[in-house]
Design a binder for this molecule. Structure first.
Ligand code: FAD
Length: 482
């Protein structure tokens, strides 16, 4: 990409707000902030700026609003849809939240924690543990993603079945609006029926309506005991019957029910040789089941064994392993947490963050695989997901060498997504359960969105961000990039 001359004075003015050492001007040092995690999108920025607190964020946003400069909020940059990457024009400012990393307070009585939006998820989990509580959001990128990014994508992860998504975990928010005003909604109230849910609008907005600078999040009693197992089943219907049985017998103790297709586990074994797969790859599906309880003791492993025994007798599962130590449990989770890295290593990933009603899940799985293969016979189709909440990630992985050009590859990827949506929509599913829309899914949103809902979204955007400067070109299908 040819260099673009920066606008005179922008880097200097931002330096006056946050300190010159916290502004990175155009050039190579910007690369980690201008490319997305998957390496799919490459942009440029007028500057990357790292304010220290909400007041500095507000001052940066005000300066940008007054000078017509677009702002791209960025947390850990682990998002899957290119939503945190600036456009190639080089005319926007990337606003990193890293320095907003304080735990503001914790309340054991109120089961709540107040944090800056730049706190890394794993640090929030640790801060909760320090007061003998659990912050339940858990996902593969938890060592680098930030609370602001988690809220802005309405992240889900592996414990949604029991604790809900980030939307359900959020009690209060602090947001810098596109005009630079600071909206303080940092309440820890569990019940609040005073008018519209304004705070809720910023959750899942992918930074298009404002910049989250702080949040009050729900905590839970910390489990004292847990048990983890992996069960193998031949057909998706059997996996779903196992889920129903586990819910019936174990109730709310069931905290995770994750699945991987055999092809997915094979891809992990191929690319991540240090991940130990402690079973043969004979079955079609692998379910990772975790149960937990606030009561200490040894009751859970036998409880899980009993349910799996019942499933075995009913012919639902072929075999199962119950972890006999914490290390073994961590090993089973490691397999599940390796899906993103290994799929990325396998080729060009055309990923779909599908969510389908559980009653239609098996039908979806079968039809979607056939649809992807029909669109591209050479695709490796892998699936994994948090099927307990209906969310199954369907990936068509392509070998770029088979395509004459990057355009041809992208065109085939779009055809695959079209095929997936063709199966998903009639079954009452949605195109994004937890990753968001960003850039990758804007066209798909145009295709499947409820037109009235889309119109309302455009209105909200126009009211809050009339200049269209807040993360332009993201989410809304016809929003123009900076
Ligand atoms: P970024 O990628 O930096 O940004 C994401 C979006 O949020 C962008 O639109 C950005 O502009 C906006 N944003 C960021 N911070 C703010 C802020 N303070 N205010 C306003 N807008 C902001 N996701 C899941 O939900 N479940 C999973 O199980 C899961 N597993 C993953 C596993 C791996 C290995 C990886 C790499 C990613 C995974 N993800 C998963 C995706 C990703 O981690 C989540 O989307 C995460 O919530 C993004 O957080 P982030 O801080 O990296 O946000």
């Amino acid at each position: 990409m040819p260099d673009i001359a920066p606008q005179p004075g922008v880097v200097e003015a931002l330096g006056q707000i946050v300190g010159a050492r916290y502004v990175i001007g155009p050039g190579h040092d910007q690369e980690p902030y201008t490319t997305d995690w998957r390496g799919r999108y490459h942009g440029r920025a007028e500057a990357v700026v790292k304010p220290a607190d909400a007041e500095e964020v507000a001052a940066v946003v005000r300066f940008c609003a007054e000078n017509g400069i677009a702002v791209v909020p960025q947390g850990g940059n682990t998002g899957m849809c290119g939503a945190a990457t600036p456009s190639p024009s080089g005319r926007s400012v990337v606003l990193r939240l890293d320095r907003l990393n304080r735990i503001r307070w914790t309340s054991r009585l109120g089961d709540a924690i107040a944090v800056d939006a730049g706190c890394i998820l794993a640090d929030v989990q640790r801060a909760a543990e320090a007061v003998d509580r659990l912050f339940p959001l858990s996902l593969g990128a938890e060592g680098s993603c930030q609370v602001g990014g988690n809220l802005s994508t309405n992240a889900g992860g592996t414990a949604v079945l029991r604790y809900g998504t980030m939307r359900e975990l959020c009690l209060g928010l602090e947001v810098v609006l596109p005009d630079g005003r600071l909206l303080d909604l940092m309440t820890a109230l569990r019940k609040d029926s005073t008018g519209y849910d304004v705070k809720g609008m910023f959750v899942g907005a992918e930074g298009t309506l404002g910049i989250i600078t702080g949040a009050v999040l729900k905590l839970f009693p910390r489990p004292r005991a847990s048990a983890v197992a992996m069960a193998m089943a031949e057909e998706p219907e059997q996996v779903l019957d196992l889920l129903a049985l586990a819910r019936t017998r174990l109730g709310d103790r069931l905290s995770s029910f994750e699945v991987m297709s055999r092809r997915q586990v094979e891809v992990i074994a191929q690319h991540m040789p240090d991940v130990v797969i402690p079973f043969g790859l004979e079955s079609g599906w692998y379910a990772l089941v975790e149960i937990s309880d606030t009561l200490a003791g040894d009751a859970l492993p036998p409880m899980l064994e009993a349910v799996l025994g019942e499933a075995l007798e009913a012919g639902l599962v072929g075999d199962a392993i119950v972890a006999s130590s914490e290390a073994q449990a961590a090993g089973l989770w490691r397999i599940r947490h390796s899906v993103s890295e290994s799929s990325k290593a396998h080729g060009y990933v055309v990923s779909h963050d599908s969510v389908v009603p559980l009653e239609k899940q098996a039908e979806f799985i079968r039809a979607v695989e056939a649809a992807i293969i029909a669109a591209e016979p050479s695709a490796t189709v892998v699936m994994h997901g948090h099927v307990g909440d209906g969310n199954i990630h369907v990936l068509g992985i392509l070998d770029p060498a088979r395509f004459a050009s990057a355009e041809a590859l992208r065109a085939r990827a779009a055809e695959i997504s079209l095929a997936v949506d063709g199966v998903l929509a009639p079954l009452g599913g949605a195109i994004s359960a937890e990753h968001g829309i960003g850039v990758s899914n804007r066209e798909r949103l145009r295709r499947v969105a409820n037109p009235i809902e889309l119109e309302l979204m455009r209105h909200f955007k126009a009211v809050l961000d009339p200049q269209g400067l807040m993360n332009p070109g993201k989410v809304l299908p016809d929003a123009l990039p900076a």
